[in-house]
Design a protein around this ligand. Structure first.
Ligand SMILES: NC(=O)c1ccc[n+]([C@@H]2O[C@H](COP(=O)([O-])OP(=O)(O)OC[C@H]3O[C@@H](n4cnc5c(N)ncnc54)[C@H](O)[C@@H]3O)[C@@H](O)[C@H]2O)c1
Length: 315
């Protein structure tokens, strides 16, 4: 049985991951932490205020609850990091270093997500291999590549059981995304339900990898439970479910809302980030080493997104 501390637990991933982990390992075995409070998560099980730039505080909470695993989610995402690069470095690199140190000192299993943002313009864009050129041009990407290397280093040098994936853009209906480049692929569903139209800040024809949140949560649990003897790579496994551009979402939505209309007003900053990322990454190494498999394609995901958002709107 695991006892898990999660940082950045109130974000897009954490808010759903906490519920899933509590259903598997028990409410009292999952300690949610963030720099702000959410009553629902706090009522369900243990919650503590933890700023990941404060190593002592992470150490104290991990020790007090006698956790054996840390899942480190606290970060500034790609578009936000581009607005405040110095702050992004401090939180993304400082926070990662601090949680890795706590994992080393207390001998904890460790998970943190990298991202498709760890790739750059010189990376092969189609079927992007697991091991390839990584020269990202964003602060977020610089942080993510450094983070991947740092996690490998902590395993090789200190034997910390670090594991991680490169998530694509994650699509969900519970908590809004926190300032990433793929946020359009969430907004488009809310606008489809509320206004039957959407203006995309990403240009037509710009492909990026995406995944529905239930597949992302399954991947985290599966990787953390995987037999370590089978892991050749430990950190930064490529995983993806869908490669799509804005018109693909429009077509999938029109199957349910025929009058849905998509227009474009491209944001040069986020478009620039999107163009520096792959079109479609190759997840076959994750499948071979720990059995990664996505269950949702764009049509199945679209049906569920529209149903869930409509039921929220009609409450
Ligand atoms: N959501 C995606 O599409 C996606 C894709 C690839 C990778 N990732 C990665 O997954 C992780 C989690 O992403 P998310 O989408 O849940 O992010 P999010 O922005 O939705 O949530 C981040 C959380 O971290 C908290 N936080 C910010 N600064 C903090 C600090 N100093 N100390 C403690 N908590 C702090 C915020 O309050 C927030 O609740 C990040 O590492 C991100 O880079 C996310």
């Amino acid at each position: 049985m695991k006892k898990i501390l999660v940082t950045g637990a109130l974000g897009q991933i954490g808010s759903e991951l906490i519920t899933k982990l509590r259903s598997i390992y028990g409410d009292s075995n999952v300690i949610a932490t963030d720099i702000r409070v959410d009553n629902q998560i706090a009522e369900q099980g243990p919650f503590e205020l933890v700023d990941v730039t404060d190593e002592q505080r992470i150490f104290q909470v991990a020790k007090d609850y006698q956790v054996d695993t840390v899942m480190h989610l606290a970060a500034l995402l790609s578009a936000t990091a581009e607005k405040m690069p110095k702050r992004a470095w401090d939180i993304n690199m400082g926070g990662l270093m601090n949680t890795l140190e706590v994992a080393r000192e207390l001998n904890l299993q460790f998970f943190t997500p990298s991202s498709i943002g760890a790739f750059g313009p010189s990376t092969p864009k189609d079927n992007t291999p697991q091991d390839t050129l990584q020269r990202p041009t964003t602060m977020y990407g610089v942080n993510k590549v450094s983070g991947e290397l740092l996690c490998d280093y902590y395993f090789q040098r200190f034997g910390v059981d670090t594991r991680g994936v490169r998530f694509p853009g994650l699509i969900s209906y519970v908590t809004p995304p926190g300032g990433g480049t793929t946020d359009y692929a969430v907004e488009i569903y809310y606008e489809a339900v509320n206004n039957k139209s959407y203006t995309s800040y990403i240009a037509e024809g710009t492909y990026m990898d995406m995944m529905f949140m239930p597949d992302a949560l399954d991947a985290i649990v599966q990787l953390m439970e995987a037999d370590p003897a089978k892991l050749i790579h430990r950190n930064a496994f490529n995983i993806s479910a869908i490669s799509a551009e804005p018109m693909d979402f429009a077509r999938a939505i029109q199957a349910h809302i025929p009058e849905f209309n998509l227009t474009f007003n491209v944001d040069p900053i986020r478009q620039g980030i999107a163009e520096s990322w792959p079109n479609r990454i190759d997840s076959s190494v994750a499948t071979a080493e720990w059995g990664f498999k996505a269950n949702y394609d764009i049509d199945r995901m679209t049906k569920e997104m529209l149903e869930k958002i409509s039921s929220k709107v009609n409450l």
